[in-house]
Structures are given as C-alpha cells and as structure tokens.
Design a protein around this ligand. Structure first.
Ligand SMILES: Cc1ncc(COP(=O)(O)O)c(C=O)c1O
Length: 377
C-alpha cells in the first residue's frame, strides 16, 4: 500500500480546474483598481443571494464579522445572554463577549453534534430563574456542514422572544428540504475562509437575510456606521468590508460550487459505505437534510493512537474540536464546569476529521477507509 502523503484539503486541484476563470477575474480587478467593495462585490452579493434563495446577501470581511455585525445591529450588549453550543469554533462565543454580552453554553445532540433543543430550553429556563442576564439571542451552529434543527429552535425562540442568528460558517451550500442555508434563520452568517466549502484566497464572509431593513443596517455597520451620506455616522459600526479580489475569486468558484457540493456528498457516501458497521461512529444522516460536508468526522475509541498510525501512512487528520468552549481558559468563567455539557465533553475525546474536499477519488477514499479500520480495530 502506498504511503504517499495526502492533502487534507486540495486547493491546488481546484485551482488547476478553475485557473482560466480565476486568473481572468483577478486580472480584471487589477485593471479597474477598485480594491475594496468594487463591482465584483455587488456581483457576488447578487450571486450569493440567488444561490441561497435569500433576498439579500451582504459580503463582509470574515465569518467572524458576519457573526458580530448582526449582533451589533440587534443592539446586543452588556447584561444580555446569548445561547450557543459549547462544541463549536471559538468565534461563535468570541463575538458575543466582544460586545459585552455573555455566552451561555448549551450541550449538543450526540447524533448531529448540533445544539440540543431540549438543553437549549433548559438553559433558557435556568438563566430566567437566576435573573441576572436577559435572554436575547440563540446562535445555532451548523457543525461540519449539517444544518441544525431550525424547526425546534424557532419554536423555542418564539416562546422566549429570542433573536436567531445562524452560524453557518461551515454549512453554506447545505439545505433542509428545499430551503438552502441562508434562509433557515432570520439572519445567517457564513465564512469564506480558504478551507471552507466555498473558500476565498484570504478572509471573507457573508450575512444573509430576507429583511431589507436589517440588510440596510448591516451595510451601514460594514462602513463604520455611515448613513445615506458616507460622512454622516448614524450608528457605531466597524470596518466589515470585503476586498474585491476575494469577491472575484469567489465568483469564479461559485460557477462550480453546486458540482463541488455533489462531489463532497459522493465522497461522504463512499466513506460511509466503507466504514459502516465497524469500529467508528459515522456522521449523522437525516432525511431531508443536506450537509455541505465542510468536514467528514468520525468518532473512534483510542483516537490519538489511531491518528498517529494514519499520520505514519501519510493520511492527515484534524481534531475539531479538542476541547468544548467551557474548558478553554478564556471561556471557563462563562461555563458551568466539568460535567455541565456531558455530550460535548465526550465527543471532544473521540472526534477525528478525515480528508474531505471535492477532488478526492474512489481509490483514495478506499485507502483512507482501510487505514482507519486497520488502525481502529
Ligand atoms: C463555526 C464557525 N464559526 C465562525 C467561524 C469564523 O469564520 P472566519 O474564520 O471566517 O472568521 C468559523 C471558521 O473558521 C467557524 O467554523
């Protein structure tokens, strides 16, 4: 068996496919010279909104800004509680703390790794009973590309008058039934970090909403809070702008994005077939839910030894995430200590991401799966 090192994400193969289009679009930007919020940004916003089926897409500087700006627009700050899963990338909680509000960590479902609606309800009840913080918002995260249980989350958010901001950094391209990510919550944030399913060649993100009033406020926040006249500052904003070169790259990649999503689904199904019924726990499959497959993660006992064996055969893996947020030194103070999020705490010890990108092939999947099974059994 070959030990040739494999890439975890193969951006070179993607560039080989898209080179003429990416190069031409970049050259066009170099020629017109409008490097920030240039014409490609408008074109990208229209294309993203059309792809998602949302009324508006606002292109921004990063996924983190895409999460922070809607919270600013909602006026969330000191004294407010924002509920989010304890098993996520730190940015989900970071934006909350950066505005002076408090993240409340909620446990996840063992099957999907997404926020557990029953645990969310319990956390809201606890915060109300304690009476120190105002429950204001919930941020479901579509972990690894799989949309969260938005039907259950909306029912809870309506009962408690909470704003729902979807952290879809990993799930752009996913869907629930015939509704694409971008339309599953009143406001949705995604990331165009290079390794994401739709990735730029630098930082980028977008916010989706069907509410024109919100979209207008978000565009103002993106430009330091400018009003109709850009030198009239009507609210506190930030520099949330996307640069035009990133928009140009994203436009080229959008042309093949639907095809790439299908390829991700094909490779995920093939991993499933090779690994089913064996020593690993597979990612959840739910009727009507389409994952963007940002990651293909399995759970395995003795994970660290398995990873070491795979690394020895040139197979890279990654751990998303090694610790739940309430175990991270910077976020401990917002949590309830060990044992408070039992599912998240357990998953962190077992989870392992395998190489996932559209440019895999059947032989490579077979090689990786065989190595995982040999290492795990
Ligand atoms: C769940 C989640 N939220 C937020 C972010 C932040 O996105 P960015 O890195 O584009 O700021 C990421 C990606 O890194 C993420 O995976």
């Amino acid at each position: 068996m070959t030990n040739t090192p494999l890439p975890f994400v193969d951006l070179k193969a993607q560039y080989a496919r898209l080179r003429p289009s990416i190069d031409a679009r970049i050259r066009k930007v170099l020629e017109h010279g409008q490097y920030v919020l240039g014409p490609e940004v408008d074109e990208l916003e229209a294309a993203l909104a059309a792809f998602a089926g949302a009324r508006d897409a606002i292109a921004v500087a990063s996924g983190t800004e895409a999460l922070r700006m809607p919270l600013m627009a909602e006026g969330i700050g000191a004294g407010d509680a924002v509920f989010l899963p304890g098993f996520t990338f730190p940015a989900t909680a970071e934006v909350v703390v950066s505005l002076g509000a408090a993240p409340v960590f909620v446990d996840v479902e063992e099957a999907t790794y997404n926020i557990d609606p029953a645990a969310l309800e319990a956390a809201i009840t606890r915060i109300k009973r304690e009476g120190k913080l105002r429950p204001r918002a919930v941020m479901p995260v579509d972990l690894f590309g799989l949309p969260a249980d938005y039907a259950a989350i909306h029912a809870i958010s309506q009962r408690h008058a909470l704003f729902v901001l979807a952290d879809a950094a990993q799930s752009f391209g996913g869907a629930l039934g015939n509704r694409r990510v971008g339309t599953l919550a009143p406001v949705t944030a995604t990331s165009f970090f290079p390794a994401k399913p739709l990735g730029a060649y630098g930082e980028g993100g977008a916010v989706f909403t069907d509410d024109p009033g919100r979209a207008k406020i978000l565009r103002s926040i993106r430009m330091h809070g400018a009003g109709e006249d850009r030198y009239e500052i009507v609210r506190i904003g930030t520099n949330g702008r996307l640069d035009t070169l990133q928009a140009a790259v994203l436009l080229a990649k959008l042309e093949v994005f639907a095809d790439e999503l299908q390829a991700r689904e094909r490779w995920a199904s093939l991993y499933d077939r090779h690994l089913a019924g064996r020593a690993v726990v597979l990612p959840a499959r739910q009727t009507g839910a389409f994952s963007a497959w940002a990651q293909y993660c399995v759970r395995v006992a003795g994970r660290d030894a398995v990873r070491a064996k795979l690394a020895g055969q040139g197979i890279p893996t990654a751990i998303y995430y090694p610790k739940p947020l309430h175990f991270q030194p910077a976020y401990q103070a917002y949590g309830q200590g060990a044992g408070s999020l039992p599912v998240a705490e357990k998953i962190c010890n077992e989870i392992m991401a395998l190489p996932m990108h559209p440019y895999l092939d059947e032989g490579t999947i077979a090689r990786i799966a065989a190595a995982v099974l040999a290492a795990a059994e």
